[in-house]
Design a protein around this ligand. Structure first.
Ligand SMILES: Nc1nc2c(ncn2[C@@H]2O[C@H](COP(=O)(O)OP(=O)(O)O)[C@@H](O)[C@H]2O)c(=O)[nH]1
Ligand SMILES: Nc1ncnc2c1ncn2[C@@H]1O[C@H](COP(=O)(O)OP(=O)(O)O)[C@@H](O)[C@H]1O
Length: 206
């Protein structure tokens, strides 16, 4: 499938800082929009239905999956998560750039459907720091943290299938790296189309 916009996929082990980085990236980049996934997990902390996720029951989720309403879906840490066609199809058809914050299984499914998607893996600087961040976030129970830390080993091993790896040690540096990847992809895409006005738009030139 091919749409005129760019598609960025960001994955990371839980607690690496993916949501915080993507939120900061969106604030800096008016041309980028994040996809809101559906999940069967319960809302956490300050999360709101329709803002962080569409929170639905496992039955509703399975119904949507059976009707083919997802581009991709996966079971992660015991819950179901998926990117609905409705969430991104219209925006991509308009040529807008979209970022998906999903796990590695979903990222690999998206790459099969959209080979031009740019896959970015966020790494924590160390296992110790990952554990500290999960604890510091303060909204995740100890048994859930333990499960996420044990799944993190398998997830990090998948980084080799991604186009880019960003280490989130110093936040501002990681954010700059992400911005650079988005910027470079826009220039590459514009150059491929040999489209002068697209190159100027990517450079933010008048
Ligand atoms: N495949 C897939 N994974 C998703 C989707 N939405 C979120 N995830 C992933 O599910 C995992 C758990 O997310 P979440 O429950 O928000 O916990 P967090 O990673 O600790 O913030 C993360 O790896 C997310 O990237 C989706 O639509 N599809
Ligand atoms: N570079 C960083 N240095 C220190 N703390 C960070 C950094 N990046 C993110 N954090 C913090 O780590 C915690 C986990 O970040 P979050 O974005 O929720 O992770 P994820 O979405 O990958 O599960 C949050 O409390 C966040 O503020």
């Amino acid at each position: 499938m091919e749409y005129p916009g760019n598609l960025f996929v960001v994955a990371a082990p839980s607690g690496a800082g993916k949501s915080t980085l993507v939120k900061a990236l969106l604030e800096l980049d008016a041309k980028l929009d994040v996809s809101i996934s559906h999940t069967s997990r319960q809302p956490r902390g300050q999360e709101q239905h329709g803002r962080e996720y569409w929170f639905i029951s496992a039955d509703e989720f399975n119904g949507m999956a059976a009707r083919g309403e997802f581009f991709e879906w996966a079971q992660v840490h015991g819950n179901l998560y998926g990117t609905s066609r409705a969430a991104i199809e219209e925006r991509m058809a308009h040529g807008d750039d979209v970022v998906l914050e999903i796990d590695f299984q979903g990222a690999l499914q998206i790459k099969k459907l959209f080979p031009y998607a740019v896959l970015i893996f966020i790494l924590p600087p160390s296992w110790e720091e990952l554990m500290l961040r999960l604890n510091r976030r303060g909204d995740t129970a100890p048994d859930v943290i333990a499960e996420r830390m044990s799944n993190a080993r398998e997830e990090v091993a998948q980084a080799r299938h991604f186009d880019f790896v960003v280490v989130n040690a110093v936040f501002e540096t990681a954010l700059f790296d992400l911005k650079s990847i988005v910027h470079a992809q826009r220039l590459k895409y514009a150059a491929q189309r040999r489209n002068r006005s697209a190159v100027f738009r990517a450079l933010d030139l008048p």
